[in-house]
Design a protein around this ligand. Structure first.
Ligand code: FSA
Length: 435
């Protein structure tokens, strides 16, 4: 049982989970790896990680993910990843208007950071606006009622550049890449033999069949189309992203600021020195795109449908700037988009074989908006699964779950989010579909 080092392994998806899997498989000596990606470029435009940056926050309400992130941060400091990791700190607060839920969540994160021996020495409690200014003098707004903590152990990663680096490294290691028309996977092809049903390989949209011993589906928010068995266990969900375009001087003045987050408003990052873009995200319950026929949410096929942010999110991002960097609060917001993730109701990843297919298909999904920080190590979850005794994922929380009937709106129940999910159709501006 199990794949041998020379068996053909197909990875569907050239985003964060797919590329990291290719890297870890090749490092473990697997020699016959192919990545299929529907975009004609890596980083793919469909990948949530094709982005300027993502928060790398170690402290969780749950030590399991805290410990994993500490491992990931160690790996972020190694030569392949270090150029893309910026340990600027994480200023984690609530504003004076925050609802109790946000305050309670902040307290749990702070308690986690302050109780972990590796993180605690880097944590500085912040009582008020003066404390925020002490932590980051550039924040010259009123910072009304802000309190929380600064964690210097955390920071952010330049996610698009990190993907590009791993793409180059895996190509150099002999991983084959099928991109664009060659790489758009239409279906997993199954064979029924005397021993049972089993994947024989994949078929691309241009009609070509590629045989393989193992198919790993790392297709992010698009997983549901290839693996309908998941039902509503993975919900394609999106959050707004926008940027302010700064001058060279403004970028330089903001160099080194921590990732700044008021849990009730949203967050922003140090501006990128190459593009002078400062990325902003509002807090919210996210947006889903439920197919009325199946009840399952998928990311829209066309990128233009996601090339906007709802007005209320724009208002909230401006409020965040008015609190912190008021000179930017009325600037144009550029490169607006909805960033699609694969969400699960417990925010746990799914790293497991699809049952009853003789261990021939693995689903690797459910990033739930906190997967990218694990990029340097996330592919090792697959090599660990391949090497685990038997065919069951030893980590219970990452196992395949029976498809349940739960709708996609559990945002209100997830402790680290505020607000309910809305349907994309409710927020779509009339012109977006014509872009
Ligand atoms: O692990 C992290 O701190 C990243 S959270 C970023 C975020 O935008 C969430 O704020 C949001 O609620 C959703 O989960 C998507 O990811």
């Amino acid at each position: 049982m199990g794949v041998s080092k020379s068996d053909s392994i197909i990875i569907v998806g050239g985003g964060a989970f797919g590329l990291s899997t290719a890297l870890h498989l090749s490092q473990k000596g697997y020699t016959n790896i192919s990545v299929f990606e529907k975009d004609n470029n890596i980083p793919p435009r469909f990948s949530a990680a094709n982005d300027l940056n993502k928060i790398v926050r170690a402290e969780y309400e749950d030590d399991f993910y805290t410990d994993l992130t500490i491992k990931a941060i160690e790996a972020w400091k190694t030569p392949l990843f270090a150029p893309h990791f910026h340990q600027t700190g994480f200023l984690h607060c609530v504003s004076g208007d925050a609802p109790q839920k946000a305050v309670d969540t902040l307290k749990r994160f702070q308690a986690s950071a302050e109780s972990h021996p590796k993180i605690q020495p880097h944590v500085y409690p912040i009582q008020n606006a003066d404390g925020v200014r002490d932590a980051c003098w550039q924040l010259d707004g009123p910072i009304l009622g802000w309190h929380g903590y600064l964690n210097r152990f955390d920071g952010y990663a330049h996610s698009a550049n990190a993907l590009a680096a791993v793409y180059r490294a895996t190509q150099a290691a002999g991983v084959r890449f099928f991109l664009g028309e060659q790489g758009a996977v239409d279906e997993i092809v199954y064979d029924s033999t005397l021993e049972g049903r089993k994947a024989a390989g994949i078929r691309t949209k241009n009609g070509r069949f590629h045989p393989s011993s193992l198919v790993i589906v790392a297709a992010g928010a698009a997983v549901g189309r290839l693996v309908p068995e998941l039902g509503r266990n993975v919900v394609a969900k999106s959050w707004s992203v926008a940027h302010v375009h700064l001058t060279d001087e403004e970028t330089s003045a903001l160099r080194g600021i921590p990732v700044t987050y008021a849990r009730d408003l949203g967050f922003f990052f140090e501006p990128d020195p190459k593009t002078n873009l400062l990325k902003l995200c509002p807090m919210g319950g996210g947006y889903i795109n439920t197919d009325p026929k199946t009840g399952v949410s998928h990311a829209p096929e066309s990128l233009s449908e996601s090339a906007f942010v709802p007005v209320e999110d724009e208002r909230q991002m401006r409020k965040l700037l008015a609190h912190t960097l008021p000179s930017l609060a009325d600037r144009p917001l550029v490169n607006k988009s909805l960033c699609w993730f694969a969400d699960t109701n417990d925010s746990d990843f799914i790293v497991d074989y699809i049952p009853n297919l003789s261990s021939s298909v693995i689903v690797f999904s459910g990033d739930s908006g906190h997967g990218f920080k694990m990029f340097p190590i996330v592919g090792s979850f697959i090599t660990d699964l391949l090497e685990a005794p038997g065919t069951q994922q030893p980590i219970a929380r990452w196992r395949w779950k029976k498809a349940n009937g739960q709708a996609g709106d559990w945002a209100g129940d997830v402790s680290w989010r505020l607000g309910q999910s809305k349907e994309l159709s409710e927020i779509l501006p009339p012109k977006a579909s014509k872009l």
